[in-house]
Design a protein around this ligand. Structure first.
Ligand code: BDP
Length: 721
């Protein structure tokens, strides 16, 4: 068990023999064309029922024409194909929207019908997931996605200095798509990835990094992209493509990339036509522009709408969409003085202000869940409340960039759920983020989800077996935001490991405790993840938070900490929310403790609602969080013999590492603020390590002592190597 099949293992269910009698033995595929999603569904059903129950499906006699319906068979196809094949049969079909499906199980007779071919494939995967969990009773259900856009973004580089096929913020190895500046010859892994994604309802993958390489527009590379699209197509996955805004100049040798320039418009139309000639069902473009040094419309004093519309118009005749990222900021404070206005959290609303009615209808604005950047705790981005005419998508990050990079277990679904359930109270009316990004709140047609996943060639995909629950949960929540994180996890565990109650309990105990634990040892009270902020985004480095020009500051000094984002005294960020929410955050008494330091600048001695001071909360939370992480290896060890050895050891290794690294986090952050504030820990722990034996004090054979920077990342600023 190397993880490659993730939750699609189809390993025998416990009582397969007893359940087999209730399963179909025949198969009617309503489209048998090679490469069609319905044909894929038929193959999956065959493979799945065989693996799970040892059932060998055979093509059932009679394709149903004239009402001659086969018995004890599973029928799979679209509603239209079914009606076409059974003109005289009348069945009550529930209403399905694009990509939706209907399943009816009556004894061994199973009918799986999609609104389209992709829906039929989703239905087949859903049916297999239910029977794999031992559910073979009769049922009838219909399921429709809540949002049309359920995309994955991969930050894969075609070429990147010497590291060909690297994945930016990817922790699972090299790209499954690119190698040595080209598209891989062998795209087997890309196909396996598409299969996993289809099984959780994903309908498109943007294959290249948002920091896009313009050379991908070369004809031979476009040919390669078409090969990826061919591998995706049987799974109903469309290909999306990231663009470099300056490509007209960098690649096309034009003198400009001004979005209103005629030659630039022609350039993009030409590129788009060339891509669609090769990939007629391409999903569209993803554009990162005027952000983090990337070129964009602002270079020419054009608006972001001018930038987005350039691509949207080129895509219109091909029915493609332009997903334009809202991650636009240039709120640098180069003097690194305390300029309260230099708040990156304000950037997106500032840049999009006044543009709501300026976008072409096929533009979708993709907004990171919080106003900064995938931190362990952020309020939701205020931009969700500003776009009413323009479709909005929420960007979530499956790859755990700031959240432990898959070396720490952090089950993210509870965090996403909190964000999706947050009510922004636009116009004093219920306005859940989930209702905004599914188009319900403002009646937008384009809406949805983007998940930055960043799998790689490692057989575990993400570098860690347990991290895959995040990918699974992402798909499930993008399908329906009402899904419950604990239920999703339990389903994932059953499919990935087993239904053994101990396995379910332990994985739930670890996973559901993991986000709070990580928050506790990595950055509390809304101060953000206190990791190294400039480069790796990994490991503790609270000092780095105040030493960078991007306004992403903790504003900590000897007496005080936190960013004043109030309208009254601070950066005004609280005022970007609708009035009820703005009032909540403006007032320190109504700001929840977990966002206190996001919105307010207070003395370390400020007393929280919990009754503790800020500094004591820091100390205690870091001890509590790391104490929880210490329990993970022991919990996991209780599963020895219940998990196959390969995955058991892989997970254990990481959990032991996490337990250790959580102590590094605890002591680094606590020591840092202890040194800064000079306030002692009421429990006498911080700075008082009398039971600890420092490695550098031991008799060393084959090791050398070296100085650690930042000093707080090692006790006594020393480590051995
Ligand atoms: C940051 C990542 C960087 C991405 C950027 C983005 O560190 O690698 O390019 O976000 O989303 O979090 O564009």
């Amino acid at each position: 068990e190397d993880g490659l099949n993730a939750w699609l293992r189809y390993s025998p269910v416990a009582n397969a023999q007893a359940l087999r009698g209730r399963l179909p033995t025949g198969l009617v595929a309503l489209n048998t064309t090679q490469g069609s999603p319905v044909n894929t569904a038929a193959k999956e059903l065959t493979q799945g029922l065989n693996g799970l129950f040892g059932v060998r499906l055979s093509a059932a006699k009679g394709d149903g024409k004239g009402g001659d319906r086969p018995r004890n068979a599973v029928t799979v196809g679209t509603v239209a194909q079914f009606v076409n094949a059974n003109p005289t049969v009348r069945i009550a079909l529930p209403e399905l929207i694009e990509d939706g499906f209907h399943i009816n199980v009556s004894g061994g007779n199973v009918r799986i019908l999609g609104q389209n071919e992709r829906g039929a494939l989703y239905g087949a995967f859903h049916y297999l997931s239910l029977v794999a969990q031992g559910n073979v009773s009769d049922f009838s259900l219909a399921s429709n996605p809540e949002a049309p856009v359920r995309w994955v973004n991969q930050w894969d580089n075609t070429q990147d200095g010497g590291t060909h096929g690297s994945v930016e913020r990817g922790y699972g190895g090299k790209s499954v798509f690119f190698w040595e500046g080209r598209i891989r010859e062998d795209l087997t892994r890309a196909g396996q990835y598409a299969r996993l994604l289809a099984s959780i309802g994903i309908n498109a993958v943007v294959v290249n990094n948002v920091n896009a390489n313009a050379t991908l527009l070369a004809p031979e590379l476009m040919d390669g992209l078409a090969r990826i699209a061919n591998v995706f197509r049987p799974y109903g996955i469309q290909l999306g493509f990231s663009l470099n805004f300056a490509a007209p100049q960098m690649y096309g040798n034009l003198s400009t990339f001004d979005p209103l320039d005629k030659s630039v418009i022609e350039f993009w139309q030409n590129v788009t036509d060339n891509l669609y000639a090769r990939i007629p069902d391409m999903a569209g473009y993803l554009v990162k522009a005027s952000s983090e040094g990337q070129p964009g419309p602002l270079t020419y004093n054009r608006t972001l709408a001018d930038g987005a519309n350039l691509f949207a118009r080129a895509l219109q005749k091909h029915n493609g969409i332009c997903v334009f990222r809202a991650f636009v900021y240039d709120h640098r404070n180069l003097n690194q003085t305390l300029d309260w206005k230099a708040d990156r959290a304000n950037a997106a609303v500032n840049f999009f202000e006044g543009l709501d009615d300026k976008f072409e209808p096929n533009v979708l604005v993709q907004i990171k869940y919080g106003p900064i950047d995938f931190q362990v705790r952020e309020p939701v981005s205020p931009l969700f409340s500003h776009l009413r005419k323009t479709g909005a998508a929420i960007e979530l990050q499956v790859t755990q960039e700031y959240l432990g990079q898959q070396a720490h277990v952090v089950y993210l679904a509870p965090m996403w759920k909190e964000i999706l359930d947050f009510d922004l109270r636009v116009d004093a009316k219920p306005s859940r983020v989930a209702d905004i990004v599914t188009g319900k709140r403002f009646n937008t047609t384009l809406s949805g989800y983007a998940g930055v996943v960043n799998v790689g060639m490692n057989t575990t995909w993400l570098g860690s077996h347990l991290a895959m629950s995040n990918l699974y949960a992402y798909g499930k929540l993008a399908w329906s935001a009402s899904a419950d994180p604990a239920a999703i996890l339990s389903e994932w565990t059953k499919l990935t490991f087993s239904s053994d109650p101990d396995v379910l309990r332990v994985i739930a105990d670890i996973s559901l405790a993991s986000w709070p634990a990580y928050e506790n040892y990595s950055g509390n009270l809304g101060i953000q993840t206190l990791c190294d902020i400039l480069l790796g985004h990994y490991g503790p480095n609270p000092g780095s938070q105040d030493g960078n020009p991007w306004g992403q500051w903790t504003r900590a000094d000897a007496d005080t900490i936190g960013m004043d984002r109030t309208v009254k005294n601070g950066t005004g960020n609280a005022g970007q929310y609708p009035p009820e929410v703005a009032a909540l955050y403006e007032n320190i008494d109504t700001t929840p403790d977990n966002l206190l330091l996001w919105f307010h600048h207070v003395p370390y001695t400020h007393v929280l609602k919990s009754g503790k001071t800020v500094i004591q909360h820091f100390y205690d939370a870091h001890y509590n969080g790391s104490a929880v992480a210490q329990t993970f290896p022991k919990l996991w060890e209780s599963l020895k013999g219940k998990i196959d050895p390969e995955r058991y050891e892989h997970v254990l290794y990481r959990l032991v590492y996490q337990a250790g690294h959580s102590l590094v986090w605890r002591d680094s952050v606590n020591n840092f603020y202890f040194n800064k504030s000079g306030i002692a820990d009421a429990q006498g722990r911080v700075g008082n390590y009398k039971y600890r034996i420092e490695a550098e004090s031991m008799k060393l054979e084959g090791y050398q002592v070296y100085d650690v920077r930042p000093f707080e990342a090692a006790s006594g600023a020393k480590a051995i190597v």
